[in-house]
Design a protein around this ligand. Structure first.
Ligand SMILES: Cc1cc2nc3c(=O)[nH]c(=O)nc-3n(C[C@H](O)[C@H](O)[C@H](O)COP(=O)(O)O)c2cc1C
Length: 176
């Protein structure tokens, strides 16, 4: 992990707070980590948290200060991990949509991609979501979770994001 260059995508799931632990673990292991957040994600966890953990600016906008952020971020990274991956992100990835920075970086990234879906269990079971999951898997994305357990909405079922440690281990294995 030491010296490896990683891109972490954070979408608007409540599990976004756990991604801070994943990012902290990656940085402590010596990785260079850049974080891209969707607008929804920034409503759940402040970009300042990831900025402090990575000691790098957090990117959220295509039309920001950088000239081609979607190309530069993708070119620098060896691996792109999206955690949590919302139902919305899975749908966009399955269909090649690029309507924000994170989904546009995903389209321009050529290395290994890991997604850790997380959502309410009824959302996860929807045929549309399952179709999108199968499509992104067929496109070569490595999926981890979701797991069964108590969900933030109070329901019990499959939808919890995989643990930061399990995602860390998958990143390490994929890089080796
Ligand atoms: C408190 C809260 C928690 C949410 N948690 C999830 C979640 O775990 N998974 C999910 O797919 N959507 C969740 N949503 C809905 C997404 O934020 C919403 O679909 C949004 O459009 C996703 O945008 P993004 O994929 O660009 O981040 C949540 C919304 C709120 C208000």
């Amino acid at each position: 992990m030491n010296g490896r260059e990683l891109l972490i995508g954070v979408t608007g799931g409540i599990a976004a707070y756990k991604t801070a632990a994943l990012v902290s673990r990656l940085v402590q292991a010596g990785a260079g980590v850049s974080v891209v957040m969707t607008r929804s994600a920034t409503r759940l966890v402040g970009p300042a948290t990831f900025q402090a953990l990575t000691r790098r600016p957090v990117q959220t906008e295509i039309f920001g200060p950088e000239s081609h952020p979607h190309i530069e971020l993708a070119a620098r990274a060896e691996l792109f991990c999206i955690a949590p991956a919302t139902a919305n992100l899975l749908a966009k990835a399955a269909n090649g949509l690029a309507d924000d920075l994170l989904s546009t970086v995903l389209l321009s990234f050529t290395g290994p991609v890991i997604m850790a879906p997380a959502m309410n269990c009824r959302m996860w079971e929807k045929p549309a979501v399952q179709r999108n999951v199968e499509q992104v898997r067929a496109d070569g994305v490595l999926l981890i979770g979701p797991e069964e357990g108590s969900l933030s909405c109070g329901a019990q079922g499959t939808g919890r994001m995989a643990s930061p440690e399990d995602i860390f281990q998958l990143i390490a294995k994929t890089l080796s």
